[in-house]
Write a protein that binds this ligand. Structure first.
Ligand code: ZN
Ligand code: ZN
Length: 375
């Protein structure tokens, strides 16, 4: 039997009740186990008193194809080194480059790398207007073939803004709908500057689909000028479409998020849309993004759910996103420290933040892969 590791005395997150409970977590080999299954006579003990212990964080929107796109950032730099055990690259790779993405990024990374495959075959490898030519979209048959071979594709990415689709308007998303229905995969839709209008985009989405950049501060977003959800957004969220932060360089606004929080209690997911150009500012990291939301007034439990159980459910992940005995031991240990600083959103608006969520220890597949000595 392999060695037992015990994470002792931490505040452990329970995804069912969305609460923290003081208890120990047991790991044998690559899996989480219950206390009775652990060899408690001779364990490796890690004292995490004063820290929080959560299922490995999942960032559903990153760009890590550093070898073939100009915006890509190193997967482990935004993954395990920032307390994130699973990342989903949102459309950097399409069908054409997926084998390279697999060999160059998925396989060598310690962080688990999943993919929302771009509906354009060229992904973001040949510029950022990947949906300007309908001939570049993959077919249902091509998708079916690649899905039969590749287990790391968990959804489809469709970027619906004017600079991406050019004269094609809503047509690429209609095609994405067809692909998604045939494959049973969720679509992650990027919203931004129209056309297409958000009122055309949202009605095409079904339960399980994801709207990223949901809380941007541009014209034509999910909220009207009174801070209320437009009818199409309200209907989408009611039928089970998930709204996702997707911070990015220009896609997260404190004003929009605050108005949403003030008026609604719908669950959402938190992700970064992190890449080489926004790593420093304004995004920082997944935990920095969560710290901004904490300062807006969301509670820690809600925010941890937004990077664990919600992405788990959205992506249909069995092993990730819980601390259930028998599942893979991907664990994020973090702290909340008193640290006053000003953090900006994508509009350049500053907000004074008093508490920062910071990574402490990252466990991937039962092994400690990152440890911070900073706090
Ligand atoms: Zn985007
Ligand atoms: Zn993105």
């Amino acid at each position: 039997m392999s060695e037992t590791t015990i994470l002792k005395n931490g505040w452990v997150f329970d995804i069912d009740t969305e609460t923290f409970v003081k208890k120990d977590v047991y790991i044998v080999g690559g899996n989480l186990v219950s206390m009775v299954e652990a060899d408690v006579a001779n364990p490796v003990e890690i004292d995490v008193e004063g820290s929080y212990v959560a299922p490995g964080f999942i960032d559903m929107h990153v760009h890590v194809f550093e070898t073939k796109t100009t915006l890509g950032i190193n997967a482990d730099r935004v993954g395990i080194e920032q307390g994130v055990t699973t990342i989903v690259d949102a459309g950097s790779s399409g069908l054409e480059d997926f084998q390279d993405f697999k060999q160059m990024i998925i396989q060598p990374s310690q962080t688990e790398v999943l993919s929302f495959l771009n509906i354009s075959k060229q992904g973001l490898c040949k510029g950022l207007s990947e949906l300007a030519d309908m001939n570049d979209l993959m077919s249902v048959q091509e998708l079916t073939e690649i899905l039969a071979k590749e287990k790391n594709i968990v959804g489809l990415k469709a970027r619906m803004s004017a600079s991406v689709v050019k004269d094609n308007g809503i047509k690429p998303l209609e095609h994405a709908r067809k692909l998604a229905d045939e494959s049973n995969l969720p679509i992650m839709v990027h919203i931004g500057n129209a056309p297409p209008e958000i009122t055309e985009v949202l009605p095409l989405l079904k339960k399980g689909d994801i709207v990223t950049h949901a809380f941007h501060g541009k014209k034509g977003g999910i909220l009207n000028n009174k801070g209320k959800l437009i009818q199409e957004a309200h209907e989408a969220i009611e039928r089970g479409v998930l709204f996702d932060v997707g911070h990015g360089t220009s896609s997260f606004s404190y004003q929009t998020m605050k108005a949403f929080k003030e008026n609604y209690h719908y669950p959402f997911s938190t992700s970064t849309d992190i890449y080489i150009g926004n790593y420093d500012k304004p995004v920082g990291s997944l935990m920095t993004t969560m710290s901004k939301l904490l300062a807006i007034g969301y509670c820690l439990e809600e925010l941890v759910a937004s990077v664990t159980s919600r992405p788990k459910q959205a992506l249909g992940l069995a092993e990730q996103g819980s601390l259930e005995p028998g599942t893979r031991a991907d664990v994020t240990v973090f702290k909340v420290v008193e640290q006053r600083q000003t953090l900006i959103d994508s509009q350049g608006e500053g907000m004074i933040v008093d508490r920062m969520i910071v990574p402490q220890l990252t466990i991937r597949d039962g092994k400690v892969v990152f440890e911070s000595n900073e706090y």
